[in-house]
Design a binder for this molecule. Structure first.
Ligand code: KG4
Length: 326
C-alpha cells in the first residue's frame, strides 16, 4: 500500500501546532508553539488573545513542520485539522488554514475531533496498540471513560457531571497560589510526598465522575488554614483523584470484559496518576509519551489518518464545533 502523509493542524486552545505523520503512526515532525507564558499573565487562557496568537503563528509553525520533515506541501496526501471541541475563535484559525491548504493542494480535508486526537497519541507511542480498548480521557475540558470499539467508533461509558479533571487541577492550583497551568505545578509539588489528608469522593452506581466536591474541599481547607502543608494537600488531592479514576475503570473492565486500558489527555502526564495506573492489576495499561499528553498536532494527524481510511472526508463547509462530542 502507498504511504500516506497526513499534515495535522491543532489550534483548539493555547497551542498552535502542525505535524506531519506517516501512515498514522510515524511522526516526521510535530512543531508546537505554546502560548502558556502569555496566558500566565492572566491566570488562565484568554480566548481572544489565543485566537490572535494562532493567526500570527500558524504559517511559521506550518513551514517549520514541513522543513523538519524535509517535505514540500505537494508531498502531503491528507490535511487533518481539529474542528472541536475547543475555543471557537481558536479552532477557526486552524480550521481555516486547513481548508485553504486542502483547497489549494486539492487534497482531502479531514475534520478531526480533538478528543479522538488525544486517544490517537497512544497509537504513536505504542505501535502495537489497536482497538478495542478502554480509554480514561482526562484533559482540561473532558473526563470520560470511553469504550474505543474501533479507530473511529466510540461509546462513552461515563463522564463528569461537573468539572473536568484538568479544570479541578487548575482551579485548586490557582486558589492555593501555585499559578497557571495548575496541573504540572501540583504534580511537581506533590512529588515524593506521603498524602495524609482525607478528602471526599462522590460515588455513582454508573461510571460517571464528579470533581467539584473534592475541588471545593481542598479550597476550603486552604482558606480555613492558610498554613496547611501545600505539598500534602497536592499529594492528597492527586491520591483521591487517582482513586476515583481507578474505581471507574475497574467498573468499566467488569462491564465490558476488556482488559486493555489506555490513558489520554493532558492530565495523563501526571506522575502520581501514571504510577497508580502502572500498578493496576489484571489489565494491560498504555500511556502516551509525556510530550504527547498535552495538545499537539501529531495526535490530530494520527486520528485524521484513521478518519481518512474510514472515508470520513469533509468539504469546505465544515465549521468549528466548540462543544463537539465523540
Ligand atoms: O489535554 P489538554 O492539553 O487540553 C485539553 O484538550 O483540554 O489538557 C490540559 C490540562 C490542564 O488542565 C493541565 O493543567 C493538565 O492538563 N495537565 C496536568 C499535567 N500536565 C498538564 N495535570 C496534572 N498533572 C500534569 N503533569
Amino acid at each position: 500500500m502507498k504511504d500516506i502523509y497526513t499534515l495535522g493542524i491543532e489550534s483548539s486552545c493555547d497551542e498552535t501546532s502542525v505535524a506531519i505523520v506517516k501512515n498514522g503512526r510515524e511522526v516526521l515532525s510535530n512543531v508546537i508553539d505554546t502560548q502558556i507564558e502569555i496566558h500566565t499573565l492572566y491566570g488562565g487562557v484568554v480566548p481572544e488573545i489565543a485566537s490572535r496568537n494562532h493567526i500570527e503563528n500558524i504559517s511559521a509553525v506550518a513551514s517549520q513542520a514541513l522543513m523538519q520533515a524535509n517535505m514540500q506541501l505537494e508531498d502531503i496526501d491528507v490535511v487533518a485539522c481539529t474542528y472541536g471541541p475547543g475555543l471557537v475563535g481558536a479552532l477557526l484559525v486552524g480550521l481555516s488554514y486547513g481548508k485553504a491548504l486542502s483547497y489549494a493542494l486539492n487534497k482531502p480535508l479531514v475534520g478531526t475531533n480533538h478528543i479522538q486526537g488525544h486517544i490517537a497519541a497512544n497509537y504513536i507511542t505504542h505501535p502495537d496498540l489497536k482497538p478495542p480498548f478502554l480509554c480514561v480521557m482526562m484533559s482540561g475540558g473532558n473526563t470520560q471513560i470511553i469504550h474505543v470499539k474501533d479507530y473511529t467508533e466510540f461509546e462513552v461509558l461515563g463522564k463528569t457531571k461537573d468539572d473536568a479533571i484538568g479544570e479541578a487541577f487548575d482551579k485548586v492550583a490557582r486558589v492555593i497560589g501555585l499559578g497557571y497551568p495548575g496541573g504540572p505545578k501540583i504534580d511537581k509539588m506533590g512529588q515524593g510526598v506521603t498524602p495524609t489528608i482525607e478528602l471526599p469522593k462522590t460515588h455513582f452506581d454508573n461510571m460517571d465522575f464528579s470533581f467539584s466536591g473534592i475541588k471545593t474541599a481542598v479550597i476550603n481547607l486552604h482558606h480555613k488554614n492558610p498554613e496547611i502543608d501545600k505539598a500534602d494537600l497536592c499529594a492528597s488531592f492527586e491520591k483521591t483523584v487517582s482513586e476515583i479514576l481507578i474505581e471507574n475503570i475497574k467498573k468499566a473492565i467488569r462491564k465490558t470484559g476488556i482488559k486493555t486500558v489506555v490513558l489520554a489527555g493532558g492530565v495523563s502526564a501526571n506522575t502520581y496518576i501514571r504510577k497508580e495506573f502502572e500498578e493496576l492489576k489484571n489489565a494491560k495499561v498504555y500511556m502516551p509519551d509525556i510530550k504527547l499528553c498535552t495538545d499537539n498536532a501529531a495526535m490530530i494527524a494520527s486520528a485524521g489518518y484513521y478518519n481518512y481510511l474510514a472515508g470520513n472526508i469533509d468539504d469546505l463547509s465544515l465549521n468549528a464545533v466548540p462543544d463537539l462530542k465523540l
